[in-house]
Design a protein around this ligand. Structure first.
Ligand code: NAP
Length: 283
């Protein structure tokens, strides 16, 4: 039986710090505020928006929503981003993507001020992850993986870490952030040969493949810590990850659950970024 690395205690510890910083800012008449920009009515977006709004309320961060119709033009979205950039009372911006196909993702991302990019979507934020220069913020999910490993004091320095997935949202930034913890990081993708062997070599395995139950016991061994980033809904309508949890749990030392793992921590990272953005803006 392995240790279950639940997100809840990580969230509690993070929120305590975020609330303290938020209160200190409010005492100086700075009211951390998140702008949420949504185009259309995608169920996934609305559900995440609900979670973020609830977390913001709990911590004392205000939310201002900018809701555009599903057929909004790129110009309309750019105008909203411009308004957010210019408003000193808005400290961070969460923009739901993918955007409608007639919008140019690169143009939209480039329009946002990096200091308000609390979700790590601008090139400047990503460059910051690679160069260790504080511009913008790291993508929240990648940071959530590292927050969990840090909270549970999983040794990383000198350890071998395999990250499965190389997206700019999760895999690549997570790999860089773990490299900064002095782990020896291997990044895998769909062309990686003998993925199970590469996973078994690692002390820590971070799985962000987006393939339900793709990682089974053949990819794992005793002594490992597994971070499962995947989120899927199975045939029974239940949430599950990229890892076959029951198989993995019987083999490895520690594993994050789905639900209740990385996903839980991600929204707390986002809200923490908003409060930090407010602090940075008024330094
Ligand atoms: P993505 O953009 O689809 O990237 C998936 C990555 O996995 C790609 O790099 C892909 O390789 C690699 N991959 C796919 N099949 C593979 C295989 N058979 N062997 C090895 N590598 C393989 O997905 P993402 O946005 O990074 O998200 C990954 C998962 O995390 C999804 O399930 C998503 O729902 C979840 N997620 C969770 C949170 C959260 O808060 N918990 C947030 C965001 C995403 P190639 O590059 O070669 O195609």
């Amino acid at each position: 039986m392995s240790t279950i690395l639940k997100g809840a205690p990580v969230v509690a510890a993070m929120n305590e710090q975020t609330v303290a910083l938020c209160e200190a800012l409010k005492a100086e008449n700075i009211f951390p505020t998140l702008a949420i920009v949504r185009v259309g009515e995608r169920e996934d977006d609305i559900s995440y928006e609900r979670g973020v709004t609830k977390r913001c309320e709990k911590i004392g961060v205000a939310v201002k929503k900018f809701l555009l119709p599903a057929d909004a033009t790129q110009e309309a979205l750019l105008a909203v981003i411009d308004e957010i950039n210019k408003d000193d009372g808005l400290h961070g911006c969460l923009l739901f993507r993918p955007l409608p196909k007639w919008m140019d993702d690169q143009t939209i991302r480039a329009a946002l001020k990096p200091e308000k990019d609390v979700d790590g979507i601008t090139d400047q934020s990503l460059a910051g992850v690679f160069t260790n220069v504080e511009t913008g913020f790291p993508p929240c999910t990648a940071q959530a993986c590292v927050e969990i490993l840090d909270y549970y004091k999983v040794p990383l320095s000198g350890k071998r870490v395999t990250v499965v997935g190389r997206s700019l949202v999760v895999g690549k930034p997570a790999a860089m952030m773990l490299d900064r913890r002095n782990a020896t990081v291997t990044m895998c993708h769909s062309r990686t040969r003998d993925l199970p062997a590469v996973c078994r070599e690692a002390d820590v395995v971070v799985i962000a493949m987006g393939r339900m139950g793709a990682v089974d016991a053949s990819c794992l061994r005793a002594g490992q810590t597994v971070v499962d980033v995947g989120i899927h809904v199975n045939e029974e309508g239940k949430l599950c990850g990229d890892v076959k949890f029951a198989e993995a749990e019987a083999v490895v030392d520690a594993i994050t659950p789905v639900p209740g793992g990385v996903g839980t921590v991600t929204t707390s990272v986002l809200v923490k970024h908003v409060v930090e953005a407010a602090r940075n803006m008024h330094k």
